[in-house]
Structure formats: structure tokens, C-alpha cells
Design a protein around this ligand. Structure first.
Ligand SMILES: [Zn+2]
Length: 369
């Protein structure tokens, strides 16, 4: 048996078997069955489940990394083939991140399609865990999986397989690791594996699939994941600075509704995002979208031969826009604390203001209008 096959089956073995291995090593960590399914979990139990999930993910990535390093010790592949010593690091990293975020957007559509036709779901590793743990899972995941992928492709190419076959074989092996989540999820993962593999072949550097992986996971972890969970259990951060314009109380981001009128938790006055702030958010959103489209057109036509770049501009910017939709509002409101105004936006504010004034100014006259 060729040593490259050993590396190829390493991923599905670890991905499918590591959870059981984890519980057999630490049986006390296994949650009782009743607490997961039968009744609604309390906040503390949800936190514990999230931490356990993150711990298992880290265990999987750790095992994968160890396995890959051990394989490298026994059947060494020349590291120059893997591109750790590439001289165009920054470009590869940027291209990878850029296309990764676009791919994440495209895969959201794939997920929507899968959810509509079957019961496809995508697990998001590290979801709901504290931010520090999320970052650890995020970095370790990209490092371990992409190191494995790049080594496996290099090993297959070295043992005289064609690059195309190697990328597809590694993609399929990656997909098999997701078989426990259903056939559709496995197919989608294979496709994603092939995408990462091609990035490596094209750029000849580990950094391209690595930053692409970081981009994809960032969109899912901090965009889609936050979207799909119960708003009360979201973990969030922001630069402080949002005050109620009436009573000057400091408001947390989760107490603010971005798209509707809400009552101030301390003085109960109706509040909404200020018109100026909303306009700024819309304007900078539209501006970033247009410049992203333009950048995509320029970059793709210069990277790819012939008309291919122009053809790909539309799907790539569509993917970017989808990812952007999930990340933009969230990132914007965290970086720039929302400004609030009393009442509803636009003319309704004037109306309320007028009625308020006439009431306080002349008590007897209020039923004349
Ligand atoms: Zn208030």
C-alpha cells in the first residue's frame, strides 16, 4: 500500500472516530442522554454543551495535526512541494481570503438548497463558546485541516498521480469525514475540499487554502451562526458608546433593535436608530459593494486567462455579497456604536413630536385635531 493512501484515510478516520475516542478517554465528559433531547436546556447547560463541543473540535484538530506530523516523520514529503517556503506569501494569503469569503457566500446558497430538498445541516464548530475559545477553534481548524490537505495532495502528486486526480481524491476523502451528517453534507464538503485543493495547486502555497479556510469559517462562525441562534444566548461585544437620547442610560447592543422602534429599557421612551446613522450605514454598504464588484472584475481578469475572469466575476461577487450581508451590519454596529433617536424614523417622528408638544402645551385642546 502506498504511504499516500495512509494519509488520505487519516482525515475520515479521525473526523468520524475522534468523538468516540474522546468519550472513551474521558467518559465523565459524556453528557447524559436525557439532558440533550427531552427537555429545554438551561443557560448553564447550554454553555457547558458549547464548551464540550469546542473541546471535542480541538481534540479532533489536535489528533489530525499529530497524525499528519507523524506521517511526515515516517514517510517524509519534501516540504518545498508544500509551499511553506513560497516567496509570494502575501498575495497568496490575500487571494485565498478573498475567494474563501466568496466561497462561503456561495456555500450558503448550497446549504439553503440542501435544506430545502433534504435535511442538510452544517455544523459550526465552536459556535456559542466564549470568544477566546472560538478563536482557538477557528485557527486550529484551518491549520490542522489545511496542513493535512496540502500534505496529502503533495504526497499523491509525488507518487505519480495527476494533480487533478490528487485534488479530487483528497476532496472526496475530506467529504467522507462528514458522512455522519448525511450524504448531501458529505457532497458539499467534498466540493469545498476540491475548492481548497485547487487554491493550493493554483497558488502553490499552503497560505492560500489556509486563509480561504479562515474566511469560510469566519463567515459561518460570526455571520451565519449568530444569525441562526436564539438572540438571548448570543455572545456579543461592542465598543461602548450608545446612549439613550432621553435618559442618557448606556444601552447594550442586544437591547437595541436595528430595524424597528423599541422601548428604552430604563425610561420606556420609544427609540430607533437615528436617520443619520442609518444613512451612513446604507451609504458605506453600497460603496463597499460597488468597490468590491469593481475589485473582483479587475483582479479576476488579471489573474485568469481570456474571458474566464469576466465570466467568473458575477458568481464570485454574488458569493461575496451574500457573505457580506451576513457580516456587514454586525461588524458595522460593533465598530461604530449606533446613534439613537426618539420615536420612529422619518415623518412619523415629526408627527409624534408635534402631538407631544401640543399635548404638553395646551391640555384642553388635544381632541380638536
Ligand atoms: Zn431612556
Amino acid at each position: 500500500m502506498s504511504p499516500s493512501i495512509v494519509l488520505l484515510v487519516l482525515y475520515p478516520l479521525i473526523s468520524l472516530g475522534a468523538t468516540d475516542l474522546f468519550y472513551s478517554l474521558w467518559p465523565k465528559k459524556r453528557p447524559p442522554v436525557s439532558s440533550l433531547a427531552a427537555r429545554a436546556q438551561t443557560e448553564a447547560e447550554k454553555g457547558a454543551t458549547a464548551r464540550l463541543g469546542a473541546l471535542i473540535s480541538l481534540f479532533i484538530y489536535g489528533s489530525l495535526m499529530c497524525g499528519t506530523v507523524l506521517w511526515q516523520l515516517f514517510f517524509s514529503v519534501g516540504l518545498d512541494k508544500v509551499g511553506f517556503s513560497s516567496n509570494k506569501r502575501l498575495t497568496s494569503a490575500l487571494i485565498g481570503g478573498y475567494l474563501g469569503i466568496s466561497w462561503a457566500g456561495a456555500s450558503i446558497w448550497l446549504l439553503v438548497l440542501g435544506a430545502a430538498t433534504g435535511r442538510m445541516r452544517r455544523e459550526i464548530r465552536g459556535l456559542m463558546a466564549p470568544l477566546k475559545v472560538q478563536i482557538a477553534v477557528w485557527l486550529m481548524g484551518a491549520l490542522a485541516e489545511e496542513t493535512w490537505r496540502v500534505m496529502a495532495i503533495a504526497a499523491l502528486v509525488t507518487s505519480r498521480n495527476s494533480p487533478l486526480f490528487s485534488v479530487v481524491a483528497v476532496g472526496v476523502a475530506f467529504g467522507i469525514g462528514f458522512l455522519n451528517l448525511g450524504l448531501q453534507r458529505a457532497a458539499a464538503a467534498s466540493l469545498e475540499g476540491v475548492f481548497f485543493g485547487f487554491l493550493f495547486l493554483w497558488q502553490g502555497s499552503f497560505l492560500a487554502p489556509f486563509t480561504a479556510h479562515l474566511g469560510v469559517q469566519a463567515v459561518y462562525l460570526w455571520g451565519v451562526g449568530e444569525w441562526s441562534q436564539d438572540p438571548r444566548s448570543r455572545k456579543t461585544w461592542q465598543i461602548p458608546g450608545t446612549k439613550c437620547p432621553v435618559c442618557q442610560a448606556n444601552l447594550k447592543l442586544l437591547q437595541i433593535k436595528l430595524s424597528e422602534v423599541f422601548a428604552c429599557p430604563s425610561c420606556k421612551e420609544p427609540l430607533s436608530l437615528s436617520d443619520g446613522y442609518q444613512n451612513l450605514m446604507r451609504f458605506s454598504g453600497a460603496f463597499s459593494f460597488c468597490s468590491l464588484n469593481l475589485c473582483t472584475l479587475v483582479l479576476l481578469t488579471s489573474w485568469l486567462p481570456g474571458d474566464l475572469g469576466a465570466w467568473l466575476t458575477f458568481p464570485v461577487s454574488y458569493g461575496l455579497a451574500t457573505s457580506g450581508l451576513f457580516l456587514y451590519q454586525r461588524a458595522f454596529t460593533r465598530l461604530f456604536p449606533p446613534r439613537l433617536q426618539r420615536g420612529a424614523p422619518y415623518f412619523i417622528t415629526l408627527n409624534l413630536e408635534g402631538r407631544h408638544k401640543s399635548k404638553s402645551g395646551n391640555g384642553e385642546d388635544h381632541d380638536s385635531n
